[in-house]
Ligand binder design. Structure first.
Ligand code: CO
Length: 424
């Protein structure tokens, strides 16, 4: 038995058998009377399923050896939180299930304009041309050799909450607010790469183009993005997810998601906006008088209570109100919560870290006495911008637009504890 294990069982990283593990396995094997089965599992003849499984979950997990290590992890099979694929074009992050400020990469919202391309990283190229000293084509390894930068930032689709302009349409926080997510992004500063190619001082706009089947293309004014824009190849510590732009995307912290071009293949420097299709057919804001606002890039401050939120049920007694706040202009400085439909407001606790252009978590302790109430949150950022109520927003913007809806969200709690979306 001992000889068999020494010869056949997998060894540690240093190539030697793990003595501690061996004695444990021997003991367990003898206790269970199933040494052969343990040996077979260690040799890999019992293949772990690719999907985590709830089958065979033991009555007492201290009585049987657990599963073997795996090459790429899965969440517990008991956890079911998921994106809602809304159409061919987008999927929504389950904000109501989230903790802290990071969005798991697998749950980051999606918005594509002609599907997720499959791109071989070794074949991918980034062309930088136009008003530059020397047009240049970079391969991914070139970009990875530059000094790297990392930061946490939210990305929000400017159409997030667009369903709410005309009435309370979304039933859950995922449906009303699920087009925003936060990741740690890693790459090279745009400024670093542009310095390398040399930008003509008269260049003031930059075209960014993706290599998806829509060739998604936007014009970006250079001056306001130059300090913070990044060419990203990693998200949450690993290469970008395909649906987040693998192998390369633009990140402009605080700007509408559509400007953060995914599958980035081309940057062209020029003197004026390039007036692409997406700057007229979409991503403009139709005002009440029939004119349209163009190049509305910054995402204004916004907050939402994620728990309790639409579709949930609560019990009388202590309820911690939890939510997220963010601003494309900077840092969140204050979140207030109302439990009486906006008649009075109380300050919520902001959870560290409180980072600029990043989801910020807030908490507010509350006792629900079983009465019919309306919960709201509102936030303030470090530029002094305060999240508007719905009436104030609609008075300025009308209801013709689908973009940049950031009004205060109201959740109604009925006497039976059921939470639903209302406009209060
Ligand atoms: Co816009």
């Amino acid at each position: 038995m001992t000889k068999y294990l020494q010869e056949e069982r997998p060894s540690g990283d240093d190539g030697r058998p793990d003595a501690e593990g061996e004695s444990l396995l021997n003991r367990r094997g003898l206790l269970a009377g199933a040494a052969g089965l343990v040996g077979a599992m260690l040799m890999g003849s019992v293949t772990p399923s690719a999907e985590a499984s709830t089958e065979g979950s033991p009555e007492d997990p201290t009585r049987v050896p657990g599963a073997a290590p795996t090459a790429y992890g899965q969440r517990s099979a008991f956890e079911k939180s998921a994106r809602i694929p809304r159409s061919w074009w987008s999927s929504l992050t389950p904000l109501q299930d989230s903790h802290g400020i990071l969005t798991p990469s697998a749950l980051h919202f999606e918005r594509h304009h002609n599907g997720v391309p499959t791109i071989q990283p070794t074949r991918h190229r980034l062309l930088i041309h136009g008003m530059v000293d020397q047009p240049w084509t970079f391969i991914l390894d070139d970009l990875k050799r530059f000094p790297s930068v990392s930061r946490l930032a939210f990305i929000e689709c400017s159409g997030n909450s667009g369903s709410e302009w005309r009435g309370p349409a979304g039933q859950t926080a995922q449906q009303t607010h699920g087009l925003t997510s936060t990741s740690e992004w890693t790459g090279v500063a745009l400024k670093t790469v542009l310095q390398e190619v040399g930008v003509n001082p008269d260049a003031s706009w930059m075209l960014a183009e993706g290599s998806d089947a829509a060739a998604m293309t936007r014009s970006l004014p250079l001056a306001p993005i130059l300090e913070e824009a990044m060419l990203c190849y990693a998200q949450n510590g690993e290469p970008l997810r395909p649906e987040q732009g693998y192998p390369l995307r633009l990140l402009i912290p605080g700007w509408e998601g559509n400007t953060c071009i995914k599958w980035l293949r081309r940057l062209k420097l020029g003197r004026a906006p390039f007036m692409t299709r997406e700057e007229t057919s979409q991503y403009t804001d139709l005002m009440p008088d029939g004119t349209a606002r163009q190049f509305t890039m910054v995402m204004d401050a916004k907050s939402v209570i994620t728990s309790p939120s639409g579709g949930q049920h609560i019990q009388p007694g202590f309820v911690e109100i939890r939510g997220l706040a963010w601003s494309g202009r900077g840092r969140i400085t204050l979140v207030e919560v109302s439990t009486d439909g906006g008649r009075s407001w109380q300050q919520a606790t902001l959870q560290e870290p409180i980072l600029p252009k990043c989801h910020t978590r807030f908490h507010f302790p509350w006792q629900w006495n079983g009465e019919d109430v309306i919960l709201q949150s509102r936030c303030l950022d470090d530029t002094g911008y305060r999240q508007p109520d719905r009436a104030t927003l609609v008075a300025v913007r009308g209801i013709n637009s689908v973009y940049h809806y950031n009004a205060i969200q109201s959740w109604h709690i009925a006497a039976d504890g059921k939470v639903s979306n209302v406009h209060a």
